[in-house]
Design a protein around this ligand. Structure first.
Ligand SMILES: Cc1cc2nc3c(=O)[nH]c(=O)nc-3n(C[C@H](O)[C@H](O)[C@H](O)COP(=O)(O)O)c2cc1C
Length: 223
């Protein structure tokens, strides 16, 4: 079983959020997973150009560090997303990765994968930021198992607690994958999305040939 942790703070080894990612990855490793950490803030990932190439061909037209990251995400059973709270949102680095993901969303390529979200903030709104990352996982077809956040102004004991919780959640991520844990509310959302998005796929079937073939193969156009 493979778990990939995404770090998106520009502060490298100084990052508070990295402490939570490391703890979650350690927990996952203790539970038997093979782990890998990816610092996307150190990579060259450009903005999506909205060229629709991925929908036509299944491949992004931009040649940069996104493709190797995508390969690792698609090969993983579990994905740990992390970001500090930047203006009640994720960092631009993580949002840029999200915006490069239309193929993952259109073809629900995280189907069968599980995600865990981690954040730290100077003063608050951690649930809002965790929600943004959980939403990405579900939007991509995966299941979000929950998250851990730490408000730095609450002092060192809050960080100690968040590290312990992140380690536990890392272990729980492995358990969720092993038991193929069900999340009926997330599955209902994904089914409703497919029902609505079917019309978008059909309306673009001449152009989005890769998406359309994929949907036919999956039987989603008949649902
Ligand atoms: C550009 C920027 C925007 C930030 N915006 C917020 C914010 O809206 N709310 C908040 O509570 N903290 C905010 N912070 C504080 C960070 O979330 C906090 O210091 C976090 O722990 C940094 O994580 P890191 O060490 O992993 O980079 C901001 C920090 C920066 C640099």
């Amino acid at each position: 079983m493979k778990i990939v942790g995404i770090q998106s703070s520009p502060r490298g080894e100084q990052s508070n959020t990295l402490k939570l990612v490391n703890a979650a990855l350690e927990g996952a490793a203790e539970a038997g997973a093979e782990i890998e950490s990816i610092d996307i803030a150190k990579m060259k990932i450009n903005y999506c150009m909205a060229c629709n190439s991925c929908h036509k061909t299944g491949v992004c037209a931009i040649k940069d560090d996104f493709e190797p990251v995508l390969k690792k995400l698609l090969a993983a059973d579990g994905i740990i997303l992390s970001s500090p709270n930047y203006i009640t949102n994720v960092t631009a680095q993580l949002k840029t990765l999200f915006d490069r993901s239309p193929l993952i969303v259109h073809e629900q390529l995280f189907d069968g994968k599980y995600g865990l979200s981690l954040t730290t903030a100077g003063s608050g709104e951690i649930d809002f930021v965790l929600g943004i990352m959980d939403n990405y996982i579900v939007q991509c077809g995966g299941k979000a198992i929950g998250g851990v956040g730490c408000v730095m102004s609450e002092g060192p004991s809050a960080m100690e607690e968040a590290i312990i919780k992140s380690r536990e959640m890392g272990r729980d991520l492995v358990k969720a994958i092993e038991e193929k844990r069900q999340y009926p509310e997330q599955e209902a959302r994904q089914q409703a999305w497919r029902e609505q998005f079917k019309h978008v796929i059909l309306a673009n079937k001449e152009d989005w040939t890769h998406n359309c073939d994929y949907w036919m193969e999956k039987g989603w156009l008949k649902e």
